[in-house]
Design a protein around this ligand. Sequence first.
Ligand code: PMP
Length: 426
Amino acid sequence: MTQASDLFSQAKKFIPGGVNSPVRSFSGVGGTPVYFDHAQGAYVFDSENKRYVDYVGSWGPMILGHAHAEVIESVKQTAEKGLSFGAPTEIETRMAEKVCQLLPSIEMVRMVSSGTEATMSALRLARGFTGRDKIVKFEGCYHGHSDSLLVKAGSGALTFGVPSSPGVPASVAADTITLTYNDSDNVRKTFAELGDKIACIIVEPVAGNMNCIPPEAGFLETLREVCDQYGSVLIFDEVMTGFRVSLQSAQGLYMVKPDLTTLGKIIGGGMPVGAFGGSRKIMQHLAPLGPVYQAGTLSGNPVAMAAGLKTLELIGAPDFYDHLSNKTSQLVNGLQQAADQAGIGFTTNQVGGMFGLFFSEEKHITRFAQVMQCNQDRFKRFFHGMLDQGVYLAPSAFEAGFVSAAHTDDDIQFTIDAAAAVFKTL
Ligand code: PMP
């Protein structure tokens, strides 16, 4: 058994920051990241075999719990037939058909290998389809790390976005307009001024990358309305919410139909996957049918398709989402009660199997600015307290949490009891 601190020191010699994705480094909470050795159901086990009840679920994909026997079996059987062919396979069509059946807004879908690729490609398609360059996104939403989407709001000037990372050209950022999530008036005003230059709106229909912020009544409808009015493409980035908030995803839950949808996480069942799809009218602009180019060596990889397709089959079980949602409610209600008893300013948001925890005196958190006001120091101490108790939460105050079908009532109670103890120490 090797200690996490030794593993992390070794990693830092060869991998920038010791990690292959920044938030894993615990830079948001301090300390040494936990190194996982294996996982089963609702639990992850670290390199010293300590058990944690897991609410990260590999950042969303593991909705069935870890190492689900049927998913693993499907992956094994497929892997034995060869890992990749770079040629069409039948399972890709079965996956595409399944996605189209589950999400009626999607008539055609293209598989890729990550959420970043899905959103990047959807933007190109929207721009190619409309012949326009500008895009609208919302502050606090994350859509992967492509240049057009790593942009924050420019101060004052509506038309100029500012790169949020060195390496993103200012000229690219200038075409990204960043607005306030849940502010419909601002969206209308922006379209009145620039609507005929805007290729698309891209939005997380439930924001999950600024903690968890559901859309206010009318917000998604406004986006639909302005896109229809100005001939812009509405893209729902459902990489996180797809098959997480309901079997019909956020678009079914809120009954707003996007033109394009991006997917990832759950549709890969834990394997590297993304997808983008929508109406035939738009999708037929994609190569080889149309002129908008997009491609991938490992796109539609059979092993990834096997994991994803089996996952999509299993989440279709009757009452799957009622159970998931009830369990998640049980968790957030229990945590709220424990915080209230300890006199800690705390509130929660929840949509289906995703949730957000906020250390705040405010009771309704609906805006990015409110999330930024939350007590981050308290979150850090809560995070480490829970980690000691054997509960693994996202190591950042700005991430949604996820419950899986494998979490039992006992796991939820264990978590609430742990939180009750930790709240007392804050
Ligand atoms: N869109 C959303 C809504 C996401 O949450 C994420 C990742 N968390 C992405 C896109 C990017 O996906 P990936 O990390 O697979 O590139």
